[in-house]
Design a protein around this ligand. Structure first.
Ligand code: FHN
Length: 461
């Protein structure tokens, strides 16, 4: 090869270089790209949160002592001040042989849920997948010796459900993270000078494994409030996971912007994260920042055998309606048992929500919020994306035969339908309000909440 022919490929590269896009900074995404990426998530509205790990073995009772309240679930290691070596036997016993990924995904799907977020690793540090950099996992430490995340991923793919991973930044088991402070760990104290080694050599490789092996749709970080975790690390991890999978959606707990359990970010937009995460609460109104309310069905995230304080199916439906009207997503939790079963009380309630959605789902999925998202306490509005159809969802059947709506104007001559009920319902305008005559038989159209489909517009004052 003469000198000139050796130079040709170099010259070609130099000419093409400006056309080759430099790696994008995922924090500078355009609004249009962001909207495209968030599209499926915004349409989905309803997801299943799963908190599962060795804490389901004690299930709220350690050495014969009941740990009441929220400490008895996934926080039991902390709440009962259990040393690492005394907690590890729970992981040694974690043997969920009844786990059937298909049946879990079917439960979620029948409930109308469109995605599932499971704890890949909670604060206790135990990993539900076969991690190459850990032996505190399902394959090396626990008798189950099955890659539970791989099974769930395969089942989700089979059923058309998206899978995402909750991942705790805080780790009570890793010697470079918070383990040395157990059993008397205060989550606010500066805990380990070796934390950056944990972040580099353990957390990053684990996240790489999770994204490249299981192709999750969402990463849902938590435990970011520990003092070692910095804003810079949050931004770096956000960039890293998005560079592995650009379409990935990441919650705001990757960074330090979260304001307490309200979960939305403090003022400015410099914090990484695609959506806010109100916990055990629903925002008071609409927001221009995407958000998802995560909620337990009883008082615990992880399984606690004596927690029977279940919300009613009606409450769950009303929460889903309220969240949707305010433009958020609803991530409803289940805490499976150590055997691998979703508690029957959860299954029953999920089935009831699913039944409701089969009649009323068009008022929830793929809808958007109106400025007038409610009228009084018992009416919530959502709208179709083209803005021409409004759904008035009644969370209580009205006392009087005529319902009065002042915040929407139906199109003249259009029909109003009660979903699940045959035939149109009569309506008329009276001055600035719409009067709708609800047939008594319509009460049987649904349980817990009733939807009126109206062609029209909201009143903008
Ligand atoms: O400490 C956790 C808790 O165990 C649970 O995982 C919830 C879910 O949002 N998040 C944390 C507290 O903010």
């Amino acid at each position: 090869m003469n000198k000139l022919s050796r130079l040709v490929p170099v010259l070609v590269l130099l000419i093409l270089a400006p056309a080759v896009r430099l790696p994008a900074d995922f924090l500078d995404e355009s609004r249009a790209d962001f909207d495209r990426r968030m599209n499926w998530w915004r349409e989905a509205r309803f997801g299943m949160f799963i908190h599962w790990g060795p804490y389901a073995v004690p299930a709220g009772v350690h050495r014969g002592r009941e740990i009441k309240g929220t400490g008895g679930g996934e926080w039991i290691m902390h709440a009962a001040a259990i040393p690492v070596a005394e907690y590890e036997p729970y992981a040694r016993q974690f043997n969920p042989t009844a786990f059937d990924a298909d049946s879990w995904v079917r439960i979620a799907k029948d409930a109308g849920m469109r995605y599932v977020i499971i704890t890949s690793k909670h604060h206790d540090g135990f990993c539900l997948w076969d991690s190459a950099v850990a032996n505190y996992d399902v394959m090396d430490f626990a008798p189950i010796r099955r890659d539970l995340l791989a099974e769930l991923k395969a089942a989700c793919d089979r059923h058309g459900i998206r899978l995402g991973f909750y991942h705790s930044i805080m780790d009570w088991h890793h010697p470079d993270a918070q383990a040395p402070h157990f059993p008397t760990y205060n989550t606010k104290e500066k805990s380990n000078a070796r934390f950056s080694r944990y972040a580099e050599d353990y957390m990053k490789p684990q996240l790489r494994e999770l994204v490249t092996r299981y192709d999750p749709a969402v990463l849902w970080f938590d435990g970011e409030w520990i003092p070692e975790w910095t804003h810079e690390q949050g931004r770096e991890i956000y960039r890293m996971v998005r560079s592995l999978k650009p379409s990935l959606i990441v919650n705001n707990r990757v960074d330090k912007g979260r304001q307490g359990s309200k979960g939305m970010n403090r003022g400015d937009r410099r914090y990484a994260g695609d959506f806010g995460t109100p916990e055990q609460e629903i925002l008071a109104g609409i927001s221009d920042f995407d958000w998802e309310a995560c909620m337990t069905m009883n008082d615990n995230w992880g399984f606690r055998s004596r927690d029977h304080n279940w919300k009613s199916a009606a409450t769950l439906v009303h929460q889903l309606v309220d969240v949707s009207a305010k433009g958020g997503n609803y991530l409803l939790n289940v805490g499976p048992t150590a055997e691998g079963l979703i508690p029957a009380a959860s299954v029953e309630r999920l089935a009831a929500v699913g039944l409701w959605l089969r009649t009323n789902g068009e008022a929830i999925f793929g809808t958007c919020s109106l400025r007038q998202y409610h009228e009084g306490d018992h009416i919530r509005y959502t709208a179709s994306r083209d803005g021409n159809t409004i759904y008035a969802i009644l969370t209580a059947w009205p006392d009087s035969a005529e319902l009065r709506l002042a915040r929407i104007v139906p199109e003249e001559g259009s029909e109003i339908r009660l979903l699940g009920h045959a035939g149109p319902v009569p309506w008329r305008r009276e001055g600035k309000v719409t009067m709708i005559s609800l047939p008594e038989a319509g009460r049987a159209a649904s349980n817990h909440a009733w939807t009126l489909r109206v062609r029209g517009q909201e009143v903008v004052d």
